[in-house]
Design a protein. Sequence first.
Length: 438
Amino acid sequence: MKKQFTNSLFIILDLIFIGFFYFFIFQIRGNLDLSWLPNFNAGVLSNPSMFFIIIIATLLYEKIYFLRFDFWEETKLTLQALFLSFVIILSILMLGKISQDYSRLFLMMYFIGLMILLPIYKRVVKKIVFKIKFFRKKVKIVGNEDQINMLTDEFKQNWYFGFEVVKDNPDIIFVATKDVDMQTLDRYLKKYSLSIKDIYVLPYMKNINFAQSQIIELFNIKTTAIKIENNLLRNDNIYLKELFEKFLVVCSLPFFLIIHFILSFMIKKDSKGDSLFKQDRLGKDNKLFKCYKYRTMLENSEEVLKEYLEKNPEEVEHYEIYHKYKFDPRITKVGQVLRKLSLDELPQLINVLKGEMSLIGPRPYMPSESHKLKDSIEVILRVKPGISGLWQVSGRNNLSFKDRKNLDVWYIQNWSLWMDIVILMKTLKVVLLKTGAK
């Protein structure tokens, strides 16, 4: 009963927003009195029930109201549902030969607006609704202690799920399977399946994103098989990624040129030397390329660093772990600002246009770091390095070299275009808040 009531509430709230936004766009389009626009047939659009039914139906089809996702996954499903509903409505209008009675501008304004605003609206609504304990789902996690702690922290911090971790009387069970033997796992499933409807099994194959895999039923032998595919090694995905990124870079060029002239002037005024700095980095297929950055260090940086390390030997040990110094005496005043805002990496847009780098990808490792990549080097160097990546939005400077390497491998093995879009959005958050992100 509680579940049905909560689902119904979210459907009603979404329907209110969809309806309100419909009539808002209706008024805007009706007041657009431009000579080059076709006449606006307000009468046909005054009964929008078909729109509302189809949009809610596609959201139901994506199971948005039946399962709880994090913000980014639900946003992806919401966009899919809205695009599908747009195609369905447009098809109905064309097949019914009444498309001329509908304003194409109105349809475009309405659905593009929904794609931008509905996810934001849903986030605000859930922030309010999940403050009420009644609407939160009680979750119990059993199994491996490390995974229990990881999930507990995630559900406490990520309020968008609307989960509350409990010990007794749960609505949902999560079974953490790391180091759990088959007999114990089977016992968990038998015990909780008698009283709990929703049971989630958390697999311990950390380098695979099962959300992108396909499950095939082998009926005759009463088992299933999971199809796993490395998406970023497929040629069509590589072309799609490059086309998407080149489009973004070309669109950003006017802004980049303005910022470049301003920053170049500031860098040269602050200290002697060129504004750009070039350094050899490992590229795709282990080929070296010149990676561009704004110069953030003094020209005699090596002498300054050598003198500093002699006085502060503990910095050597810190660098071995994190490949960064706690305090780097080589960095200029302008350089500190550029690094804090990640603007020092802006010239790497040139590397993207030259086809040497991607916007999103693994770190551009230095040749001296190749031996530390160990067995991951073949995977990481199969793709182009990126200006930003998963490691930069998952903790950034707080991560060890090993953690960054593992995140790069996970990104390559589980790539999707939507993942790149999410990382791009989170990169903006990291830059604006000047911190690592999750």
